[in-house]
Structures are given as structure tokens and as C-alpha cells.
Design a protein around this ligand. Structure first.
Ligand code: MF3
Ligand code: CO
Ligand code: CO
Length: 255
């Protein structure tokens, strides 16, 4: 992925990304009250699809490289790309990442949060809290003139200091009219390394943090990525735009 291929968005395009990002955050807000013991991941998927269509938007995951559903639902030891299913019913103590990407007027808003189902264990709560803080620290490391490696370095340093590991096999990505485009944004690495961060760049930061090993394994369905040791994994994701002053979070939860 060469530097030339990283697109810088105009302020007009960033305005469209802002609308898509707000829609994505609103979709997670809309699903949140449903996330309780007894709900199936398919019910979450179907409500997400219904709501998205009602906004006049499209679900980017549906049919993307053959992905069969409208959102990703990744429960407990699933790192990412969990496929919603009627037989997967949430129970007290689970953690679930819900990852949504509506397309609004051609532009993608990509965001995810990990939700607590009922009362998870203290170690599960700690993993979720540390993962959200990893995303916040990654965003805080974004500086025009800085380097992409600064982001992963900030995330890795904090996650490992808390006793957790950083997934290597999946990374953040540029996002605009295209769902996944350069740059790749690893959630591990060294400060000062990687491509230069420039105003107009729009990309996701989406750390996946594991309780045990960072190693992943993909099921025969071609999508579901599990932790190799079957311990817990959590993830949070925002789409951000680099500005002259710093960074704008396009998928921030409305106040
Ligand atoms: N939303 C995911 C991401 O954050 C991508 C999901 S691709 C899908 O990049 F095909 F699984 F939906
Ligand atoms: Co993403
Ligand atoms: Co996503």
C-alpha cells in the first residue's frame, strides 16, 4: 500500500463522512437498549437492517466479500467478524462487540463498541474498559505531521502494561466511499514509524485487545475470528478525520 494511494478528502467530502459517522453512532445508540440476556444476535442484525433502511442508508457489510449479514456481532472469545445467528442468544455475563457500517450518500461510517450483557466478571469489565481507553489513547496520538506508527505504539504500550495483548491480524483502515482502503492502521508498533499523518486523511482506529494470547484463528465459515486460546477479546472503533488542528471523531456518540 503506497503513500500515493492514500486519498485526502476535501472539506465537502468530510462533511459527508460526518453525516455517515453520525448515522453509525446513532445506530449503535439505537441497538444498545436491546442488548440484554435473551436477545439473539440475529434480532440485533435484523433491527439494524430495518433501522438503516428507514434512514435511507445501506448496510456496507451485507454482501461485502460475501459477508452474509448486515452487522458483525462478536461475543466473548470472538475477536471480530462474528456472524449474527438466531441460535446465538446472549446470556448474563457475556460481552458483545457490535460493529456497524452504514453507507449514507455514498460514504461509510464505521464504528463499534463492546457492550456488557447483564453483569460480566471483573476481569471482563477490566478488558472492556482497557480496550475503550486504548481507542482513546490511539486517537490522542493522531497529530498532523506525526506518523501512523504513533497510534499503535500508544495502544500497545497501554494494553500490555495492563496485562493484555494486541491483535495483529486485523488493523484499522482508510475509509471513505470505499469501505477498506489505505492506510492500514496497526494497533501495535513503534512511534515515528509508518506513513506521515496529513490533514484530510480519514481512517478508522479499532483496537482488538485480548485477555490472553494475541493469536487469532478463523473458523471454516471464512469470517469468525476467535482467540486461539478461547479467552476473551474486546474491541472499540471510531472513524476519525485528521484536521489542521488535530483530529475530529466522526462517529462520536451524540451528547
Ligand atoms: N466493520 C468492520 C471493520 O471495522 C469490517 C466488517 S467487514 C464484514 O473494518 F464483511 F465482516 F462486514
Ligand atoms: Co473498520
Ligand atoms: Co467496523
Amino acid at each position: 500500500m503506497s503513500n500515493e494511494r492514500i486519498v485526502l478528502l476535501s472539506s465537502r467530502e468530510i462533511a459527508k463522512m460526518r453525516v455517515a459517522g453520525k448515522t453509525a453512532a446513532a445506530l449503535l445508540d439505537h441497538l444498545e437498549p436491546m442488548i440484554k440476556p435473551g436477545v439473539s444476535t440475529l434480532e440485533l442484525n435484523d433491527e439494524a437492517e430495518r433501522w438503516t433502511q428507514a434512514q435511507g442508508a445501506k448496510s456496507a457489510p451485507l454482501g461485502y466479500n460475501g459477508f452474509p449479514k448486515s452487522i458483525c456481532t462478536s461475543v466473548n472469545n470472538v475477536i471480530c467478524h462474528g456472524i449474527p445467528h438466531a441460535k446465538e442468544v446472549l446470556k448474563d455475563g457475556d460481552i458483545i462487540n457490535v460493529d456497524v457500517t452504514p453507507i449514507v450518500d455514498g460514504y461509510h461510517g464505521d464504528t463499534s463498541r463492546t457492550f456488557l450483557v447483564g453483569n460480566p466478571s471483573p476481569k471482563a469489565r477490566k478488558l472492556v474498559n482497557v480496550t475503550e481507553e486504548c481507542l482513546n489513547r490511539g486517537i490522542a496520538a493522531v497529530k498532523p505531521g506525526g506518523r501512523i506508527g504513533d497510534i499503535g505504539a500508544a495502544i500497545q504500550e497501554y494494553a500490555e502494561a495492563e496485562g493484555f495483548s494486541v491483535v495483529r491480524d486485523f488493523v484499522g483502515h482508510g475509509v471513505n466511499r470505499v469501505f477498506h482502503t489505505p492506510p492500514q492502521v496497526p494497533h501495535y508498533g513503534k512511534p515515528g514509524k509508518g506513513k506521515k499523518i496529513r490533514p484530510g486523511m480519514v481512517f478508522t482506529i479499532e483496537p482488538m485487545i485480548n485477555e490472553g494470547t494475541w493469536e487469532a484463528e478463523v473458523l471454516d465459515d471464512g469470517w469468525t475470528a476467535l482467540t486461539k486460546d478461547r479467552k476473551l477479546s474486546a474491541q472499540f472503533e471510531h472513524t476519525i478525520a485528521v484536521t489542521k488542528e488535530g483530529v475530529e471523531i466522526l462517529t462520536r456518540r451524540a451528547a
